[in-house]
Ligand binder design. Structure first.
Ligand code: FCB
Length: 454
């Protein structure tokens, strides 16, 4: 099984999850500093204060990637390192760190893929309303312009936002992520201002010239009703609307889905949508980033859930017999094929990059010093095959970034969930490539997973 020539194999990380050094070189506080330091929000009160200490171990981590033959690295820029207060002049020391990172990648022939926003909103902007106010969209576009000016021409691909659904619904709807607010009307306003911020950022970056590729990353999940029962089918439609169409439709069709506007009519009058916003949001992109973790199997619930789908009478099931990861997420690689084909048929033919896929398992270093994560190899192998199947069905898939290079700070789960292909022994910060890292290096060399009979 071979992937197309020049297929880009990469790994992904995010600033707050790995960098640490939260008070260094002029970095300001973000909503994740505030949230993780608020008792009861993150498991075991873990914070990103030190994380993988990547800020201080940049060269070592770059060498590690080079030794594995990684071709592309997706990282995120911490907005509060560039604008500690969320506006105004750039903090040069913050920019310097990412200049060093990008230069170090290029020296090692690893293509930099840069995410501008992976959830670390400067706290100063949250204090003024965060993503529920329009001003934040404008500030984001300004910040995007600063980073673009500094690094354009050096970066393979620019991703404006990572997973706006998670920012809006887990951050402002369910309150399980920073900033921890629980209000459906705020989650709707945040959805719009995130998308608008994306559109304004694209506009601003394009106006600064250069031919850099620009896109956005969405977390998408195919949705299946648990039964043919009308109530379950209805629940599945609503969840699909919230998780997928609420983002894909404005970006690729220039309109919010009618059924979602109706569903939320009692929560919001959508007066935050102004003339011209949807055209801004639907500006043409060079690629679509897709983060895929699981399918949602959904059934009708008696009450509106407060967790994953606030405001919907729907709950998720683990399909009988499905394997689950340490996150409790069902392993369903065939849903990745289904998702990629749907995007191609219903929304866009721009190249798709899988900007995240991976899994947490109960990894440990054994007495020999090995981390034998066979489950992760099996997981990745089956998902690579599912992606290849989508390519055979005509999908223009161009890149695949495994989440993650390193075990890291898994948001509300703290350090308890290990997603890395490299194990991190946190007290010593020692990096131990897991069995899956060596296997992935082989996949990259062959441009596809090894044959099963080898
Ligand atoms: C995604 C996030 C990423 C990581 C993975 C497991 O939603 O983008 O930072 O936490 O989930």
């Amino acid at each position: 099984m071979r992937f197309p020539e020049n297929f880009l194999w990469g790994v992904a990380t995010a600033a707050y999850q790995i960098e640490g050094a939260v008070n260094e070189d002029g970095r300001g506080p973000s909503i994740w500093d505030t949230f993780s330091h608020t008792p009861g929000k993150v498991l075991h009160s873990d914070t990103g204060d030190i994380a993988c200490d990547h800020y201080h171990r940049l060269e070592e981590d770059l060498d590690l990637m080079a030794s594995l033959g990684i071709r592309a690295y997706r990282f995120s820029v911490a907005w509060p390192r560039i604008q500690p207060e969320g506006s105004g002049l750039a903090n040069q020391k913050g920019l310097d760190f990412y200049r060093r990172l990008v230069a170090g990648l290029r020296e090692r022939s690893i293509e930099p893929t840069l995410t501008l926003y992976h959830w670390d909103l400067p706290q100063a902007l949250e204090d003024r309303g965060g993503w529920t106010v329009r001003e934040t969209s404008e500030r984001f576009a300004e910040y995007a312009g600063i980073v673009y000016e500094a690094l354009k021409g050096e970066v393979g691909a620019w991703i404006t936002l990572n997973e706006p659904w998670v920012s809006a619904w887990l951050g402002y709807g369910a309150g399980v992520h920073a900033p921890g607010r629980r209000d459906i009307s705020e989650a709707l306003a945040a959805t719009h201002h995130l998308l608008l911020g994306h559109g304004l950022a694209v506009e601003n970056m394009r106006s600064l010239g250069g031919n850099d590729r620009i896109g956005i990353t969405l977390n998408l999940s195919p949705v299946r009703a648990a039964s043919e029962d009308a109530a379950d089918t209805e629940a599945a439609r609503l969840v699909d609307g919230n998780a997928n169409r609420l983002y894909l439709d404005p970006l690729f069709r220039g309109a919010y889905p009618e059924d979602m506007l109706q569903h939320y009519a009692s929560e919001s009058d959508f007066s935050f949508v102004r003339d011209g916003d949807l055209e801004t949001i639907a500006a043409p992109l060079d690629f679509l980033g897709v983060n895929y973790y699981m399918r949602h199997t959904v059934r009708a619930a008696a009450e509106e859930g407060r967790s994953r789908f606030p405001g919907m009478r729907a709950e998720m099931l683990i399909p009988p017999g499905a394997q689950t990861t340490a996150m409790g997420w069902p392993v369903e690689p065939d849903a990745l094929t289904e998702l990629l084909v749907r995007i191609d048929r219903e929304y866009t033919q721009v190249p798709i990059y899988i900007t995240e896929n991976g899994a947490a398992f109960y990894d440990y270093a054994d007495p020999e010093g090995d981390v034998d994560d066979e489950e992760r190899i099996e997981f990745l192998d089956s998902h690579f095959r599912a992606a290849h199947e989508a390519i055979e069905q005509g999908v223009n898939l161009a890149a695949y970034f495994v989440w993650s290079l390193l075990d890291n700070f898994e948001w509300a789960e703290g350090y308890s969930k290990r997603f890395g292909i490299v194990y991190v022994d946190y007290p010593t910060q020692r990096r131990i490539p897991k069995m899956s890292a060596r296997w992935y290096a082989d996949v990259i060399r062959r441009n596809g997973p090894p044959d099963t009979n080898e």
